[in-house]
Design a protein around this ligand. Structure first.
Ligand SMILES: *Cc1c(COP(=O)(O)O)cnc(C)c1O
Length: 218
């Protein structure tokens, strides 16, 4: 029987080929939020190593142990980060994808210094300018990039977005790609279970897939 992991991997390869892109340029982030270690181990056993979690508490409860069992895990924070949880986030995660405001950038820079640890950052852009969504406003991106990269010297690798639901995500993915190109960022984290193939067609370098791998969440 074909596993969900194999299916998603195959879909990534064919979306990449359709777009004339090398499949190895696209990383799969397996979004394991709400899933217990027992549901995550089979995916680890199958060789998947990049995972995404959206809550600090939950990641702290699951991942230190899984990291002891499996080498080479790369953990991405894909949920909102409060400034008072930055120390824990820096200790737990390899990549913070939700850098979206100056106060948070300053806290990450300071705490990485104190902890003598570096954490790759993606800037999250509120690409649909939705009031309830996190992410930096597109109009504020240039100034924010200057702060993060040039002033605080954070290792910003790319941009991340969650497009508005209920409409075609492609124009938003393309907008994000153009912003990344303008700033010379290589990485684009965009696309989830419902639209990762579209995101790959639009230039995603990583896709964040939960439901299509693990099944529906409670
Ligand atoms: C939950 C989540 C995902 C995965 O969503 P699915 O639709 O289950 O694939 C991706 N990105 C973020 C930021 C999420 O919170």
């Amino acid at each position: 029987m074909t596993s969900t992991l194999e299916t998603v991997q195959k879909n990534i390869v064919s979306a990449a080929c359709d777009a004339g892109r090398p499949p190895k340029d696209i990383s799969l982030i397996a979004v394991s939020k709400t899933k217990p270690p027992g549901a995550i181990r089979p995916i680890l056993d199958a060789g998947q190593r990049i995972f995404g979690e959206n809550k600090i508490q939950e990641a702290a409860a699951k991942w230190p142990e899984l990291r002891q069992e499996y080498d080479g895990v790369e953990l991405h924070l894909i949920g909102p980060l409060q400034s008072n949880k930055v120390r824990q986030a820096v200790q737990l995660f390899d990549v913070i994808e939700t850098l979206d405001r100056p106060k948070l950038a300053r806290a990450i820079a300071r705490i990485c210094g104190e902890e003598d640890k570096s954490v790759i950052c993606y800037i999250q852009v509120n690409i649909g300018r939705e009031a309830q969504k996190s992410g930096i406003d597109p109009d504020a991106l240039d100034g924010f990039v200057a702060l993060c990269r040039d002033e605080l010297m954070l290792p910003v690798a790319g941009l991340m977005c969650i497009p508005p639901s209920g409409c075609d995500p492609a124009p938003y993915f393309i907008m994000l790609r153009k912003m990344a190109e303008r700033h010379g960022f290589k990485e684009l984290s965009m696309g989830m279970s419902a639209d990762y193939q579209t995101a790959i067609a639009c230039g995603a370098t990583s896709v964040r897939v939960g439901t299509a791998l693990f099944g529906a969440r409670e």
